[in-house]
Design a protein around this ligand. Structure first.
Ligand SMILES: [Zn+2]
Ligand SMILES: [Zn+2]
Length: 279
């Protein structure tokens, strides 16, 4: 989960997403609209018998806030919560396993804030199934081939890996940027990402207010997507002053075509649908 505003629990319930599925939470910054759902969510997890560890990344200060809330409310959390503090001054790899690596990077907001980039990794090569019977490959040989090894038979014959496997599928990536004013550096941090979420609190008529409040307009978000060569842009974090959100799409499309509104309940797949650019 990334960020946890006030309505998060209700949204999870409404869309029938169990909070037991959440193992990792990434908090971009400590403004209320990004964290105030967290104490309630942790409390519900506790009441519902969670025992599994929860890991949270955030800028400095969140652990103290959560501890204080549970201290003054006399609650004891019966599962382990591990807090990691993000360095909001420079990009960092914050998580890495066999399937995914996750990076944080600085945003440009009124308080220390970080974006996140999720990069799929480690997909194995696909074995060409006709080769299994042709060479009568054992399970171990198939495994070795998937990891990119050549196969050597007892009689000394060798079949090279590229003759029996196909390359792994391309790896997908997603980046999340909220809250921030327009900043060119962000395009570098999210370069070639397949799906980019970028805040767009305002439309162009409030461009000055966006700068002053360290927020972005739809055009700002679209320019970042364009500079970064993103595959697709999702907009969000709209100011409540806007009832009709169609202006966000039309203003963004002046700079970047593949854009949608990231509205509650919408699902988006991360598709590899663009060519990577060298910068
Ligand atoms: Zn904020
Ligand atoms: Zn916000």
């Amino acid at each position: 989960m990334i960020d946890c505003g006030e309505g998060t629990q209700f949204r999870l319930q409404h869309f029938k997403i169990s909070h037991f599925k959440i193992e990792y939470i990434f908090i971009s910054h400590l403004h209320g609209d990004h964290i105030l759902g967290l104490p309630g969510l942790i409390n519900s997890m506790n009441i519902n018998g969670r025992r599994k560890k929860l890991t949270i990344w955030s800028p400095l200060g969140l652990e103290e806030m959560i501890d204080k809330i549970f201290e003054v409310s006399g609650s004891h959390i019966d599962f382990e919560i591990v807090f990691h503090i993000i360095n909001t001054e420079k990009p960092e790899k914050i998580f890495d396993d066999n399937h995914i690596e996750i990076h944080s990077f600085p945003l440009d907001h009124r308080m220390p804030a970080s974006g996140f980039k999720f990069i799929e990794k480690g997909r194995l090569r696909n074995i060409d199934s006709s080769m299994i019977s042709q060479y009568n490959l054992s399970i171990n040989q198939i495994k070795a081939a998937k990891f990119g090894n050549d196969i050597e038979f007892p009689d000394g014959t060798v079949i090279t890996n590229k003759d029996i496997t196909l390359p792994p599928k391309k790896l997908r990536s997603y980046a999340y940027c909220s809250d921030t004013k327009y900043n060119d550096n962000i395009a570098n941090y999210v370069r070639n990402v397949d799906l980019l979420y970028h805040e767009s609190t305002y439309l162009d008529h409030l461009k000055d207010k966006a700068r002053e409040r360290f927020h972005s307009t739809a055009s700002d978000a679209a320019l970042i997507a364009k500079k970064a060569n993103a595959g697709k842009l999702l907009l969000g974090h709209f100011s409540s002053r806007y009832g009709d959100l169609s202006g966000f799409i039309s203003e963004a499309k002046q700079h970047f075509e593949n854009v949608e509104l990231g509205l509650d309940g919408n699902k988006f797949s991360v598709n590899i649908n663009h060519d990577e650019n060298e910068f």
